[in-house]
Ligand binder design. Structure first.
Ligand code: FES
Ligand SMILES: [Fe+2]
Length: 386
C-alpha cells in the first residue's frame, strides 16, 4: 500500500526517486578483459546461481542442462521429488553426457561409449565392464554439485565443493518477499536467448531505470507504464524497483482496500549478480545475463516466461485467450528488450570499445545503476585484497 502511495505521490509531484548524487562510471568496466575474467571467476564460478523455477523440473526424471557457468551442469528431479545437480561429464573420459537442454529421462547415456547414469547420477550401465577390472560403480557416479530449491526457485553452485549459502545470496528481505509470490505454482511457457554484442552488465543496466521509457519505448512500454517514476530500495547486494503501470490511474479511484500492487505496478527484483525477476498478476519473467568468456563485449541473456498454473492449464474459450496472450507477450518482450533496450546496449558497447569515452554518467534518478556498479566494484575490490 505504501509503495502505491509513493508512486501516486511521484506522479502528482512530477518527481522521481533520488540517488542523492550523480555518479560517473568508467567505461572500462564493459571492456577490460582482465576485469571480465575476474568477474567470471568470482561472480559466476564461485557463487550459487538461480537456474530456473521449480516447474522447470515438473516430475521424476525431468532434467535441465546448463552451460552458462563454466562447469557443464545436469539438473534432475529424482524419484523422491528431490532436485539435484551434477557435473554433466562422463566419469569414463569426460564427454558431456546429456546434450538436450531439457526433457524427461530415466537414463542418461554418454554418446561416446555408452556409460549410463540414472536420475541420481549413479552409474548404472558400463558396456564391456570386464575391460575395466574391478569397477566400484558406487564411486563412478556423476559428480554432485550443491543444489537447493527455495521459494520455487532452483539454485546450483557450479563448483563441486562450493558453498550454497542462500541466506546470504537472498538476504532477509528477498527471502521474505520471494516466499509470498508463489513461484512454485508457475509453469514455464517460453524460453528465449539473446546473444548480444554487449557486456553482461550493460544488459543489467537496461533494467535499472525508467528514465528512458518516454523516448526509447515511446511506442511500446510507455503506453502501459509511466516513465521516470519508480520506487527503489536495496538490501545488501540485491535491490528492488517498483515500476508504475498506467492502470494506477483507475485504481486510485477505488477504495484503498481494493488496491493491488500487481495492477498498479511491476516489481523488478535484481538478484545479485545477474538475475532479474519480474512477477506480475499473470506470472513472471526471469532474465539471466551471462558473460561470454574471452569476449567482454558479448553476452547471452536467457529470457524465461512463466505463467500461473490456473491460466496455463485453462481449458475451453479461456485457453484460446491465454494462447493469444502468450503469443503477444512473448513477442512484445522481445521487441522491447531485444530490439529496443539491447540495441542501446550494443550501441553503448561500440562507444566503450572505441575507448573514446572514458566515462559515462548515472543520474540522480538512476539509483539502481549506482547500486549495480557500486556492488560489483566493492566485491571485486574485496576479492582482490584477500
Ligand atoms: S566418455 Fe563417456 S562413455 Fe566414454
Ligand atoms: Fe527499457
Amino acid at each position: 500500500m505504501s509503495l502505491i502511495k509513493e508512486l501516486l505521490e511521484r506522479i502528482d509531484s512530477g518527481t522521481n526517486v533520488d540517488a542523492g548524487s550523480v555518479r560517473s562510471q568508467s567505461t572500462s568496466t564493459y571492456t577490460d578483459p582482465e576485469q571480465a575474467d575476474r568477474e567470471i571467476e568470482l561472480f559466476f564460478r564461485d557463487m550459487p546461481h538461480c537456474i530456473g523455477m521449480s516447474r522447470d523440473l515438473p516430475e521424476t526424471g525431468s532434467f535441465l542442462t546448463i552451460d552458462d557457468l563454466g562447469t557443464p551442469i545436469l539438473a534432475t528431479r529424482n524419484d523422491e521429488g528431490r532436485f539435484q545437480a551434477f557435473v554433466n561429464s562422463c566419469r569414463h573420459r569426460g564427454v558431456v553426457v546429456e546434450t538436450e537442454p531439457r526433457g524427461s529421462k530415466r537414463r542418461f547415456t554418454c554418446p561416446f561409449h555408452a556409460w549410463s547414469y540414472d536420475v541420481d547420477g549413479t552409474l548404472v550401465g558400463l558396456p564391456k565392464a570386464d575391460h575395466f577390472g574391478e569397477v566400484d560403480k558406487e564411486c563412478l557416479g556423476l559428480v554432485p554439485l550443491p543444489a537447493e530449491e527455495r521459494h520455487g526457485l532452483l539454485f546450483v553452485h557450479p563448483s563441486p565443493g562450493g558453498v550454497m549459502d542462500l541466506d546470504d545470496l537472498l538476504g532477509t528481505w528477498f527471502n521474505e518477499e520471494f516466499s509470498t509470490w508463489g513461484f512454485d505454482d508457475l509453469i514455464p511457457i517460453n524460453h528465449d536467448a539473446y546473444d548480444t554484442a554487449c557486456n553482461w552488465k550493460l544488459a543489467m543496466d537496461t533494467f535499472g531505470e525508467t528514465y528512458h521509457f518516454a523516448t526509447l519505448h515511446s511506442d511500446t512500454l510507455f503506453n502501459s507504464f509511466y516513465g521516470n517514476v519508480q520506487c527503489y530500495e536495496h538490501d545488501g547486494h540485491n535491490h528492488r524497483m517498483i515500476l508504475c503501470r498506467r492502470e494506477i490511474d483507475q485504481m486510485r479511484q477505488l477504495p484503498e482496500e481494493q488496491w493491488d500492487i500487481t495492477v498498479a505496478a511491476l516489481p523488478v527484483y535484481w538478484l545479485f549478480p545477474n538475475v532479474i525477476l519480474m512477477p506480475a498478476d499473470f506470472g513472471c519473467f526471469l532474465v539471466r545475463a551471462y558473460p561470454t568468456p574471452g569476449e567482454p563485449g558479448r553476452h547471452i541473456s536467457r529470457i524465461d516466461f512463466y505463467m500461473k498454473s490456473h491460466l496455463a492449464e485453462a481449458t475451453g474459450p479461456e485457453a484460446e485467450e491465454v494462447a493469444e496472450f502468450i503469443a503477444t507477450i512473448a513477442q512484445s518482450f522481445a521487441r522491447i528488450i531485444r530490439d529496443e533496450d539491447y540495441a542501446m546496449s550494443e550501441s553503448q558497447q561500440r562507444a566503450a570499445n572505441a575507448g573514446a569515452l572514458p566515462e559515462v554518467i548515472f543520474g540522480r534518478n538512476e539509483p539502481a545503476l549506482h547500486h549495480y556498479h557500486d556492488t560489483y566494484e566493492a566485491k571485486l575490490d574485496a576479492a582482490a585484497s584477500i
